[in-house]
Design a protein around this ligand. Structure first.
Ligand code: SF4
Length: 301
């Protein structure tokens, strides 16, 4: 069903489609202009959207030292708006940077339907992203072994598959398209639903593979990515899942809506949430844990 409404995350009038996914309604990002030429799309990253896309991308790379000389980085392309942008940012970086690194693009097909797969191929071709698509029937396996709640198993297997592929290509880093809003939402969801304070880190080492996971979009806001996609006429893959149906959790959507409400009264609230993860005062916290164990503030009282 198509409808026109005010998109809270972008603040401008947008045409969106809603996809019924069981009881959950997925918001679909639709382009608002015809597909632009590759040249215009690429230039828009460094020109029109420089302050919203390029600058926060570079800020994240520098602050967290995500790309170094000698790196071989696999960019995971899911086909969604975030990974398409991430791929283009890395291509721009390769052109502009003096850092000597290699980048490859990989896309795991966990069992997309044919329409999504064709759209992914079309986008990769138009955007000139030389991406290897490989099959790994994760949707089917997740459905079989975790029928009631497949998401945990699916996400774990998808991550493992990408690590394996990236390692087989000789990569020492795997780049994922999580953005600023993913980080904020995950931090709050951790508190609200899991009773713990932790965040999504800009880089971390894999426990099982000799590879580092990096999140170069750490400071890039989702609303900027939506603008870039829509105003360049790109139709990203919006919901490739063929498994979850009514078992999809609505917690992330609820958290996203809550943050959008809070932002109305305090436009800086997202920045404050991120700052809180950088300013944990261990003298004013009841307990904490690390890989060695659990601690209480009473231990040294
Ligand atoms: S929503 Fe679908 S694709 Fe996402 S983790 Fe759940 S099963 Fe996997």
């Amino acid at each position: 069903m198509n409808l026109t409404n005010e998109d809270e995350s972008t603040g401008f009038e947008s045409t969106v489609a809603t996809t019924k996914l069981g009881s959950a309604v997925c918001k679909t990002v639709l382009p608002n202009v015809p597909l632009q030429s590759l040249d215009i799309i690429e230039r828009s990253i460094q020109k029109k959207y420089r302050s919203e896309l390029w600058s926060p991308f570079i800020r994240g790379l520098k602050e967290f030292e995500l790309v170094k000389d000698g790196d071989k980085i696999a960019v995971a392309v899911s086909g969604g708006k975030d990974s398409l942008l991430l791929s283009k940012l890395f291509q721009e970086l390769k052109r502009a940077s003096k850092t000597n690194f290699e980048v490859v693009f990989i896309s795991m097909n966990p069992g997309f339907n044919e329409i999504n797969l064709q759209n992914l191929k079309k986008n990769l071709k138009h955007l000139n992203i030389p991406c290897e698509i490989y099959d790994d029937n994760i949707f089917e396996i997740a459905e079989k072994i975790a029928k009631d709640y497949p998401c945990y198993m699916c996400a774990k297997m998808r991550r493992g598959s990408l690590y394996t592929k990236a390692t087989s290509l000789g990569c020492n880093k795997l780049a994922l398209g999580h953005h600023f809003d993913d980080v904020i939402e995950t931090t709050l969801m951790s508190m609200f639903y899991m009773g713990k304070f932790e965040t999504m880190l800009p880089k971390l080492k894999s426990d099982n593979f000799n590879i580092e996971l990096i999140r170069p979009l750490f400071y890039v806001e989702e609303k900027a990515i939506i603008k870039w996609v829509r105003n360049n006429g790109i139709l990203p893959m919006n919901c490739g899942c063929t498994v979850a149906a009514e078992r999809t959790s609505s917690k992330r959507r609820e958290t996203k809506e809550l943050i959008a409400q809070l932002v109305k009264n305090n436009p800086d609230i997202k920045k404050r949430i991120i700052q809180s993860t950088q300013n944990v005062n261990l003298e004013k916290i009841l307990g904490w844990k690390d890989s060695n164990g659990k601690y209480s503030y009473l231990d040294k009282f």
